[in-house]
Design a binder for this molecule. Sequence first.
Ligand SMILES: Cc1cc2nc3c(=O)[nH]c(=O)nc-3n(C[C@H](O)[C@H](O)[C@H](O)COP(=O)(O)O)c2cc1C
Length: 177
Amino acid sequence: MDFLALARQRYSVRSYKPDPVETEKLDRILEAARLAPTAVNIQPFQLIVIQTANREAELLRIYNKKWFVQPPIVICGCGFPGKNWVRKDGKNYNDVDVAIVMDHLILAATAEGLGTCWIGAFNPAAAKEILGLPAGAEPIAFTPLGYANDQPPVKKRKPLSELVRYEKWSQQLGTKH
Ligand SMILES: Cc1cc2nc3c(=O)[nH]c(=O)nc-3n(C[C@H](O)[C@H](O)[C@H](O)COP(=O)(O)O)c2cc1C
């Protein structure tokens, strides 16, 4: 599949089948995450792969939507804001590093025919407690991982002409081509 087709195929899946995720698929998805670039190649992240079976009640304390625990697996992307690269002006790239890792993971899952959904609106205190995170670790994003039980909606996106400027901010939007 070419990359554009893959990007078009991914969508936020909010209904999952309970079917298991094949180990080979999970391994390829995690390998894609491992290959993600991070600032100065520090790789300051950990992925926690969580089996949802028998942990539904505590996982729902992290994110209280029934579809969050429908698939067999949930993955948490954690960063370590004290370990990653920080720009000279103090800008911390923790979120950026972990977001790229999670995006590799999510797109790789799409390529394997699996559904995912970025979850940012979780309870971080509950996540830290339930996952037993050490001091200094920050949960950045979750995704369920499993087979979709719904159909992709039509993508709603702004046109490129509203999103891209050429050469300078002050140039009129989308006028180059
Ligand atoms: C950083 C981030 C956090 C998100 N958090 C949530 C969330 O907590 N719950 C949810 O249902 N969707 C969440 N989403 C999914 C977005 O709502 C979704 O990606 C967006 O509406 C575009 O739809 P699509 O993913 O189907 O293309 C999040 C997406 C991103 C990128």
